[in-house]
Design a protein around this ligand. Structure first.
Ligand code: ADP
Length: 374
């Protein structure tokens, strides 16, 4: 079910507490104004009452307080001057009324602006939630699309061990059917069958975990392991395009706290892009995948190819959603890679070395033992 929890606005003082306090101050001001012979515009202090009520963020209460203050000022004026209204008294009363009117207008305007701001913040939060949901959905769809593209090689990858199992099974039977059964040889064939069955099972598990909709909790992941798994998934694609692969893994293996399936998706996207970028080059198709320590806090994964490279014009847009230079491209891959890497507290960027080709690389914070164990 969608999480439709609305954003809570900034806390404001309770309107009842504020009203009680404001009433006490208003009565005190009124008492001084009506019952003491002070020749000053005491009514000006009603602005404190107004500001207090306005701080609760309640428009009707602020309007009521404004009218109440006007009424008390006029009543105080009538009571304290007993029919003898001097010019000075009228001027002081006018100053008080003017102060109340100005404060009321400003307070009401401020309230309207604050309410608008709160509404916009709420809308922004809802939009952010919707964006996060859409990105997750999109990442899933892209994963499925990638799987679709990988379907043929993957089917081949599963068929291979199954064919080997059949061959080994036949061999085992032949060893056993000899006049003197060769138990050791048959056992070796059965052991090979078990290894092949496990290989097929691993391929299926990798595909299943990639197709799963729900991602698991971030765990402490061995980046070298993820690189290996992603290459395994892409192995036939790399062979088909005659890509010379160099793997350069950090020792000891770097660990990062991340969702392994999402990270696998990033690597597969980068490798797939490299394969496509090298498809039309005449020279050797070289792909280097490396992991290394970037600095004290980060570990780095590098995917470098000898493809067509990245033009200066395109370098600023690669990670933009829907940016593509391919006829059949969706322009989603790198944008999703960036969302995933940044959601893990990392950074991804691209370079085009002078020697040619492209280097796509990302860094992730190293796991400092706070992550779940795998
Ligand atoms: P798509 O693959 O659908 O085009 P991406 O977001 O994966 O979408 O890639 C966006 C664009 O970035 C590609 O169209 C391509 O122009 C460029 N690009 C990505 N990887 C490379 C690379 N390794 N070498 C050269 N250009 C690349």
């Amino acid at each position: 079910m969608r999480n439709c929890r609305r954003a809570s606005p900034t806390a404001r003082p309770d309107v009842r507490v504020v009203s009680t306090l404001a009433a006490v101050i208003a009565l005190a001001v009124f008492g001084i104004d009506a019952l003491t012979p002070l020749d000053i515009a005491v009514g000006v202090f009603y602005v404190v009452v107004l500001l207090l009520v306005a701080s609760a963020g309640n428009r009707p209460a602020t309007i009521a307080a404004a009218w109440g203050c006007v009424a008390l000022t006029l009543l105080g004026f009538l009571m304290s001057h007993d029919g003898a209204y001097s010019g000075g008294a009228i001027a002081r009363c006018s100053v008080s009324l003017l102060a109340i009117a100005t404060t009321s207008i400003l307070a009401l305007r401020n309230l309207a602006a604050t309410t608008l701001l709160h509404e916009q913040v709420e809308l922004l939060k809802l939009a952010q939630e919707a964006l996060a949901r859409s990105t997750a959905e999109l990442a899933h769809v892209t994963r499925i699309t990638t799987l679709g593209e990988l379907a043929a090689p993957v089917a081949h990858e599963v068929t291979q061990p199954i064919a080997a199992i059949v061959t080994c099974g036949g061999a085992a039977l032949r060893w056993l059917n000899r006049p003197t059964p060769e138990i050791d040889e048959a056992a070796q064939s059965v052991a090979q069958m078990i290894r092949d069955a496990k290989r097929a099972d691993e391929v299926i598990q990798r595909i299943r975990s990639m197709a799963k909709k729900r991602d698991r909790l971030p765990v402490a992941v061995d980046l070298n392991g993820i690189v290996g798994e992603s290459i395994e998934l892409m192995r036939l694609e790399l062979e088909r395009h005659r890509v010379e692969l160099t793997i350069d893994l950090a020792v000891p293996p770097p660990t990062a706290c991340c969702d392994r399936v999402q990270l696998q998706q990033v690597l597969i996207n980068l490798i797939m892009n490299s394969v496509q970028a090298m498809a039309d080059v005449s020279g050797p198709r070289k792909l280097r995948i490396a992991t290394r320590r970037f600095d004290d806090a980060h570990t780095q994964v590098i995917v470098q190819d000898s493809g067509m490279g990245i033009s200066e014009e395109n370098s600023g847009c690669l990670f933009n959603t829907f940016f593509t230079t391919k006829a059949e491209g969706m322009g989603m891959g790198l944008s999703i890679c960036r969302s995933i890497v940044e959601a893990h507290g990392g950074r991804i960027w691209a370079e085009s070395p002078a020697a040619g080709g492209a280097v796509l690389q990302f860094i992730l914070p190293v796991d400092e033992g706070r992550c779940h164990e795998q």
